[in-house]
Unconditional design. Structure first.
Length: 520
């Protein structure tokens, strides 16, 4: 029995030879020349037939030369993507409603891998995982088309992380700084402020020529609408793209959503721009992939996830990088979000992503309910490369902050079992409590670089020790107003250069002390 692909090759060649019938000259010579110059087309078996369909998965036969990841067109114009190659058929995930697809219906190949339209027109818009606008503002004029799956930049195409990507959050920028091109995980239980940190970071990029992309995976539509309203209210929507695959969308769309957002980010990165991308959250992304894998009859493993679930996120996050100057010097900074259950960071997905990223910001429920917000656990949080990207002013101002807080935590534990404290210990306790109060920050109010430096310099010089713990939050804004009015030149230098001289440091301390004395 002749192979189906060989038959199609012969039929294609036959069509070429039939076309020679009207030609003049030596027919044998023309036929020999046509056969020697003939190259078979790659487009064999352009159409197939649906064997079965259900739960967003379709089995298709007849597409013998189809590629993994290729887009197929089903009846009604519904698109799908090849996700599993079997001996006699292929399995596809369907993007949309599969009610119009029935057994025996026709399927057409496109020859294209899954991709998303890209361009400057996407800024300020809300799109779905396929790049279709869902904000009611009309069609988007695309400048190109990017595949959602692409190889990560090679080592030789990258350069070291050396520029800050400031969040505007004092406790993060001072102790766990993030650099452009870094991947910093935000991890914690439900309702501990993970998304708030990501949104604050987006708001802090205003006026800094940074493109922001927020990818919502499996979130409630109302929550995403609220985030969009916050971005618009603060003027951040103009440089932000929201890619939304809500909880009501199919697992197929939730699966490709972060890759679509990454493809958009790559368009800007390879244009020489700096990009910040937030994946909110990869826990739901892993669950969507697990659902698809089980429907595709792949073998379940630990926690029912398939064996390649690590590759699912590693090939996504490895695409974040800071490109070499030869390639334009653009960067993609990733802030993936992962939800834990009862603070268990040893679960399968959290451990996977911790090992992929360059550090994590761990948010603790107990701190959150105690009123310490953002509820960053100083002991478990770390930034593995951000210190190299921290500005010299912040590095100089925050020197010893983390050690001081660690010592305060130890003293606080022993203080629970002691009724009397010597004066030196009581002073260190008061200093530590006021430092923690200083690190509290209102949501959607990121601090500028010079504001962070002023607060840290004043705090490390014990200026806030004379203020009661409950008044630190209100008092710090009085200090900022006073210093910015009295030392306008110092604040401007700090914001522009990121450098802090010893003279300016002392001037800040003196001004802060003057403010304390005047208020009290």
């Amino acid at each position: 029995m002749i192979d189906k692909r060989a038959r199609e090759r012969l039929n294609e060649l036959r069509g070429v030879l039939v076309g020679l019938a009207s030609s003049e000259g030596d027919m044998l010579h023309l036929m020999r020349e046509a056969i020697e110059n003939w190259e078979p087309s790659d487009e064999f078996s352009a159409r197939g037939t649906v064997l079965s369909v259900g739960d967003g998965i379709a089995s298709v036969k007849g597409l013998d030369n189809v590629r993994y990841g290729e887009i197929l067109i089903f009846s009604g114009g519904i698109r799908g993507m090849v996700e599993e190659l079997k001996r006699d058929y292929v399995s596809c995930i369907i993007f949309g409603d599969d009610d119009q697809i029935t057994e025996g219906s026709s399927v057409r190949r496109t020859g294209k891998t899954a991709g998303i339209p890209v361009g400057e027109g996407f800024l300020g818009r809300v799109v779905d995982a396929l790049g279709t606008p869902i904000d009611g503002k009309g069609k988007i004029d695309a400048h190109g088309y990017m595949p959602i799956e692409a190889p990560a930049p090679q080592i030789i195409e990258r350069q070291s992380v050396s520029e800050p990507m400031q969040t505007g959050i004092l406790c993060i920028d001072s102790m766990f700084p993030i650099g452009k091109g870094q991947r910093e995980l935000i991890i914690g239980d439900r309702q501990t402020g993970k998304t708030a940190i990501a949104v604050d970071t987006i708001l802090n990029q205003k006026g800094k020529d940074v493109i922001c992309i927020y990818v919502a995976i499996g979130q409630k539509a109302s929550s995403v609408a609220q985030i969009c309203a916050t971005l618009k209210e603060n003027g951040a929507d103009k440089y932000t793209v929201v890619v939304n695959s809500s909880a009501s969308d199919s697992p197929s769309l939730q699966y490709i959503a972060p890759y679509a957002g990454c493809a958009l980010a790559e368009y800007f990165m390879y244009s020489g721009r700096d990009v910040l991308i937030v994946y909110d959250d990869l826990s739901k992304h892993a669950i969507a992939y697990r659902t698809l894998s089980l429907l595709l009859e792949r073998s379940p493993g630990r926690e029912a996830y398939p064996g390649d679930v690590f590759y699912l996120h590693s090939r996504l996050l490895e695409r974040s990088a800071r490109l070499s100057d030869k390639l334009g010097g653009g960067s993609m900074t990733a802030l993936p979000i992962v939800e834990t259950q009862a603070g268990d960071v040893s679960a399968y997905i959290p451990t996977n992503i911790i090992s992929i990223t360059d550090g994590q910001i761990f948010l603790e429920s107990e701190l959150f309910f105690e009123g310490q917000r953002p509820a960053v656990n100083i002991g478990l949080s770390v930034s593995r490369v951000g210190g190299a990207a921290q500005t010299s002013a912040l590095k100089k101002a925050s020197g010893g902050l983390r050690l001081t807080l660690a010592q305060y935590k130890e003293i606080e534990v022993f203080n629970q079992f002691s009724s009397e404290l010597d004066e030196a210990t009581a002073k260190r306790l008061r200093h530590g409590k006021n430092l923690l109060s200083l690190l509290k920050q209102e949501q959607y109010k990121p601090l500028k670089q010079y504001e962070q430096v002023v607060l840290l310099v004043a705090a490390m010089a014990n200026v806030f020790d004379e203020v009661s713990e409950n008044e630190v939050d209100a008092f710090k804004y009085k200090v900022l107003d006073y210093v910015s009015n009295e030392l306008d030149d110092v604040c401007t230098t700090l914001e522009k250069s990121g450098k802090l001289s010893d003279i300016d440091k002392q001037r800040i301390i003196d001004a802060a002390k003057e403010c304390v004395s005047k208020v009290q």
